[in-house]
Design a binder for this molecule. Structure first.
Ligand code: FRU
Length: 297
């Protein structure tokens, strides 16, 4: 019997290609998400991840999804800049049978495979309650909002308003700083020039809280204001809490590791939940050395 070794087809391990579109890499939290994706993917030799940065441009991010579809990737991960502009391309990819995992910021409707993120409404509510407790339920608050066309901004806002309902806390100034520290600093300068009494800044992310702090410090008013932010990266929000810059930072896990694991489950034929809600913790100077405290309600 003749056996031709060279033409024999050995069982091959399948190589999966996953395309990931990150809405921007200008903030430490997103750099961390990409690092979490890379680290999770590295332990699977059969997995290739293509990372793309949309540089905060919806059109560019839409094009990423379309390119991934044309290239025939096995799955798509996307952390959208804004809900509405990304909904169409995500729907088209999903309808073509490509698994699409949406991370952190949502798209509109249900046409995606899985959403992974923490509960922003719950985080906003917890921030409101924490501030109410800290201030004895009264005082003047500046709210520096994340991009209000993105779902975390909307939920961190509405959750917060629920958290301070039935208190004497007044939101005297609110502005959309679009998640960006320099914008937050500018908005806080306006708030400081208009209001003599500001007791608390609630910013939808830690860069925003830090920008506000810098504005208050430049005006010599930082010691009289309590600053609260969201994200709690070890080298950002948690560090600010340790330094006494922030009174509290609420953790917003990136979901990068989970997204890779869920993608692999899908590719290996497992059924996954449509919605995966990640837990969050609050860090304050009292609990930071113990690793924060889990939010539960
Ligand atoms: C980074 C970021 C985070 C925030 C998240 C919300 O771009 O602004 O600071 O928690 O996006 O989507």
């Amino acid at each position: 019997m003749f056996f031709n070794l060279s033409s024999h087809s050995w069982p091959q391990k399948r190589i999966w290609t996953i395309g990931m579109s990150q809405c921007n890499l200008g903030e430490p939290w997103r750099v961390q998400m990409n690092a979490d994706v890379k680290n999770a993917a590295e332990v699977h030799p059969g997995l290739k991840v293509i990372l793309k940065d949309a540089q905060n441009d919806n059109l560019r991010q839409r094009a990423h999804i379309e390119e991934f579809v044309r290239a025939g990737v096995d799955a798509i991960l996307v952390s959208p800049k804004e809900a509405a502009p990304l909904t169409g391309p995500v729907r088209d990819a999903y309808k073509k049978g490509i698994p699409v995992i949406v991370i952190d910021r949502r798209v509109l409707g249900e046409d995606y495979t899985c959403f992974i993120g923490a509960d922003n409404k719950k985080i906003g509510r917890a921030a409101g309650k924490w501030i109410a407790e800290k201030t004895g339920g009264k005082g003047n608050v500046v709210e520096l909002k994340g991009l209000m066309t993105s779902t975390p901004g909307q939920d961190r806002h509405s959750g917060f308003r629920e958290g301070i309902a039935n208190t004497n806390i007044a939101v005297i100034f609110e502005a959309d700083m679009k998640w960006l520290e320099p914008n937050a600093r500018k908005e806080m300068e306006s708030a400081l020039s208009r209001f003599d009494k500001i007791d608390v800044v609630y910013a939808h992310n830690d860069p925003g809280a830090h920008g506000a702090y810098l504005a208050a410090k430049a005006a010599g008013r930082e010691a009289r204001i309590l600053f609260v932010g969201i994200d709690a990266l070890p080298h950002e929000g948690q560090m600010y809490v340790k330094q006494g810059i922030l009174g509290a930072s609420f953790e917003y896990p990136t979901g990068g590791k989970h997204a890779v694991e869920i993608a692999l489950d899908i590719l290996n034929g497992k059924k996954v939940a449509k919605e995966i809600t990640l837990p969050s913790r609050v860090f304050t100077k009292e609990n930071i050395d113990k690793g924060g405290e889990v939010l539960n309600e």
